[in-house]
Design a protein around this ligand. Structure first.
Ligand SMILES: [Fe+2]
Ligand SMILES: [Fe+2]
Length: 499
């Protein structure tokens, strides 16, 4: 079935989150600040792909500069802090998208704890900042750190200060406190690992290992919450978020299959880096909104081989990392690509990554098609199992996601409608649902969360409601993945609160 394989290969960055944050008329100062930070982060990302003189990079730097200048017209200084892993302005914690990896988050995590933008900020300074953020930590350390490098580059309208951080710290970086933080830090590592490979530098093996260890801990704690984290999307470039989602899904699947902690650490690293070869595919091909011609398709088809080559140069990585990169677009019957001869079977890790990869691709919006509904994607994969996937693996995967995977828009027997936010390990057909509309179709404000296993009838002790059917969310104007993302963020915040 070519459709599954083809859909899996063109991964397109999503720019909607930052655009929404920066263009709204009645946005608050904090919201506009979030937009400006996202724009700065994006400019930093652009530097990974284009030479410094490229017009696209210039435009992206100018855009970020304009947003900051507009804010600095209203206040002489803007100070951002990283406290316990959260980016904070004044007494406000900024939205996750703003704290996402990139220029500001990256610098704050290097050796700086507070960063102040001062009125008069020049676009050249923004460019130099982006270049500093693009440097590897070791390179920066060898040049006496961020402060010294800033002075050398003539940056005078940005100040860094040390700050007493009350959160946990280790090795110069923070130890993430919540699932949401782990997600953001992981995104940063994927970004760093892929970007450094692109510019011919080594993959950040240490960072990869650290973050995978954190993710494994989360999976061992509660695998279903980790699966829900894969619905957090749109806050960073798609390829990076995609790699992280594959890692989360692969870990959850591996854990449900009984892999031990050290096997999970290896699997997580392999999954996180599976698409690293894509960094060598021209962006114009990766982002093309339509069918690829033969030359473009050939460029895409090289990424497993390139990925395997890049990863094989790192002996410290799990021995299977290059194997998984090479095999992740092969199918169970060894169709797919690259074409292989004398290849008897795929590694089980590759099969786990492949199945996670297809599910994420099918449920993600592409420039040329709408995403499939989660339950439809799962259904499609089950139908294709014999040829594409190891049959037992598909069944485990289906059990993991439940009959109604996170992101499904469902109607209950009560007539209410809402979005499935997490599978219930006790009963695959009775997930946790965030209810958005009552039986008359009126919005429930604020939305109510219901656990279909725990919500029982007092007299009989039986669950009160069940899911009656899945619906299309678009006529209701609901973006299911956003609902799950909000739910997951709420879970993360609840974990942060002192008991
Ligand atoms: Fe791939
Ligand atoms: Fe992939």
């Amino acid at each position: 079935m070519e459709a599954l394989a083809a859909d899996n290969d063109v991964e397109t960055p999503d720019t909607s989150a930052s655009a929404a944050a920066t263009t709204t008329g009645e946005a608050t100062f904090s919201e506009r600040l979030e937009g400006a930070i996202v724009a700065l982060n994006r400019a930093r990302t652009t530097l990974d792909f284009y030479p410094p003189e490229h017009p696209l990079l210039q435009r992206s730097l100018e855009h970020a500069h304009t947003l900051f200048s507009d804010l600095l017209a209203e206040t002489p200084e803007i100070t951002l802090k990283l406290i316990e892993g959260h980016m904070v302005y004044g007494d406000q914690r900024l939205f996750a998208g703003a704290a996402s990896p990139g220029l500001v988050g990256g610098l704050l995590r290097r050796d700086v704890q507070s960063m102040t933008f001062v009125k008069g900020l020049r676009v050249e300074e923004v460019a130099e900042l982006a270049r500093i953020a693009h440097m590897q930590p070791a390179e920066l350390a060898a040049r006496d750190g961020v402060q010294a490098e800033m002075g050398r580059r003539g940056i005078t309208h940005v100040r860094f200060e040390d700050l007493v951080i009350t959160g946990t710290q280790a090795g110069g970086g923070y130890v993430a406190a919540s699932a949401g933080d782990v997600y953001l830090r992981a995104l940063d590592v994927v970004h760093g690992a892929m970007s450094s490979a692109f510019s011919g530098r080594i993959v950040d093996v240490e960072g990869t290992r650290d973050v995978v260890r954190e993710l494994v801990d989360r999976v061992l704690e509660d695998r279903s919450v980790v699966v829900s984290l894969t619905c957090l999307r749109g806050h960073d470039d798609y390829t990076f978020a995609h790699s992280l989602h594959i890692c989360l899904l692969a870990l959850a699947l591996g854990e449900s299959m009984g892999l031990d902690q050290s096997q999970l650490c290896d699997l997580g690293a392999c999954a996180l880096l599976h698409d690293v070869g894509k960094i060598l595919v021209p962006l114009s091909v990766l982002r093309k909104p339509g069918r690829l011609d033969d030359t473009e398709w050939a460029a895409i088809c090289r990424h497993p081989v390139d990925g395997a080559r890049i990863l094989s140069e790192h002996e410290e990585l799990p021995i299977l990392a290059p194997v998984v990169a090479f095999e992740h677009h092969l199918r169970y019957d060894l169709s797919g690509y690259p074409k292989v001869q004398g290849h008897s079977e795929m590694s089980p890790f590759s099969m786990i990554v492949a199945i996670s990869d297809v599910y994420d691709a099918l449920t993600t919006e592409r420039p040329y098609r709408q995403p499939m509904r989660p339950e439809q994607a799962l259904e499609t994969m089950i139908q294709e199992e014999a040829r594409q996937f190891e049959p037992r693996l598909v069944r485990w995967f289906a059990d993991l996601l439940g009959a109604y995977p996170p992101g499904s828009f469902v109607e209950l027997t009560s007539g209410e409608t809402g979005v499935v936010c997490r599978a219930n390990p006790e009963d695959a057909s009775r997930p946790c649902v965030r209810l958005l509309f009552d039986a008359d179709g009126e919005p429930i404000d604020p939305p109510a969360d219901i656990d279909l296993v725990a919500d029982t009838d007092v007299a009989s002790g039986e669950p009160r409601y069940a899911i009656s059917r899945c619906l299309d969310a678009s006529p209701a104007g609901v973006a299911p993945m956003d609902v799950v993302a909000e739910w997951a963020q709420g879970q993360a915040e609840a974990q942060d609160e002192p008991e």
